[in-house]
Design a protein around this ligand. Structure first.
Ligand code: ADP
Ligand code: ASP
Ligand code: MG
Length: 234
């Protein structure tokens, strides 16, 4: 199987957690699967970078914000690849540019136009686990862009579609999509199935468990979400 696993900010929140992820990826890899990992920035990192910029300027240029924010995911990707190599698993980290994620020019909220994934496919065929920095791409002219808050979900769904993955697993701090935010409403029920329309509505009402854009993308390219190819784990 080809499995894309996306780890959110909490899941890569410390070096201990990154080592734990590496153990899990290593196990699945040793079972004979091809694994592609997509990571978010460590929890709080993106907000911290935004705060740094705001301490310097009330209106930092969006181009600079994108280069700044894309670095959070790069840190997680490189650390995760280091952790995997430490366990004897061949792994390589990739930036959005190296994945060939081409976006429009709308800095800080760019839309993905296409994904080539040439180097990622080559790495898989050579036995590497590609570890992709989420949330980023580049424009046609190599300007770094980010995909809007929560954008690593979009990277995961889009990469899974581009590679024709068998499964896309989303690791986050809740174990699925619930009727409402389980962090606020303890009686929230976990959904076994959800339509694109319902998921879009939840996302656009602020349920950040899946970024709205990632749901739109999934709908457009018919990537089955909850109850389908995209599964959630805690
Ligand atoms: P990650 O950093 O892994 O991307 P997020 O914080 O972006 O995680 O998304 C997970 C959070 O989404 C959960 O902690 C939960 O509080 C919140 N959430 C809001 N609405 C929902 C919902 N309907 N189902 C599941 N989680 C939800
Ligand atoms: N790190 C980015 C954010 O905090 C993207 C993501 O986590 O998906 O919005
Ligand atoms: Mg998120």
């Amino acid at each position: 199987m080809l499995i894309v696993q996306k780890y959110g900010g909490t899941s890569v929140g410390s070096t201990e957690r990154i080592k734990a992820i590496a153990e899990r990826v290593a196990r699945i890899r040793r079972e004979g699967n091809d694994v592609v990992v997509v990571v978010s920035a460590m929890a709080g990192e993106t907000d911290k970078l935004i705060t740094f910029a705001s301490e310097i300027s009330p209106a930092p240029p969006e181009r600079e914000m994108d280069l700044l924010l894309s670095s959070g995911e790069r840190i997680s990707a490189a650390l995760t690849a280091i952790a995997l190599n430490e366990l004897g698993i061949k792994a390589k980290s990739f930036t959005g540019r190296q994945v060939g994620i081409v976006t429009d020019t709308a800095h800080t909220r760019a839309k993905i136009e296409r994904i080539t994934a040439t180097q990622v496919k080559k790495a898989i065929s050579e036995g590497y686990v590609p570890v992709i920095a989420g949330f980023q791409g580049t424009t046609e002219t190599a300007e770094v862009t980010t995909l809007g808050r929560g954008g690593s979900d979009l990277t995961a769904v889009a990469v899974a579609a581009a590679l024709g993955a068998d499964l896309c697993e989303i690791y986050t701090d809740v174990e699925g999509v619930f009727t409402t935010d389980p962090g606020i409403v303890p009686e929230a029920r976990k959904l076994e199935k959800i339509s694109y329309e319902e998921m879009l509505e939840l996302a656009s009402l602020g349920a950040k468990v899946l970024q709205t854009r990632s749901v739109e993308f999934a709908m457009k390219y018919n990537v089955p979400l909850v109850g389908g190819k995209v599964k959630f784990y805690r």
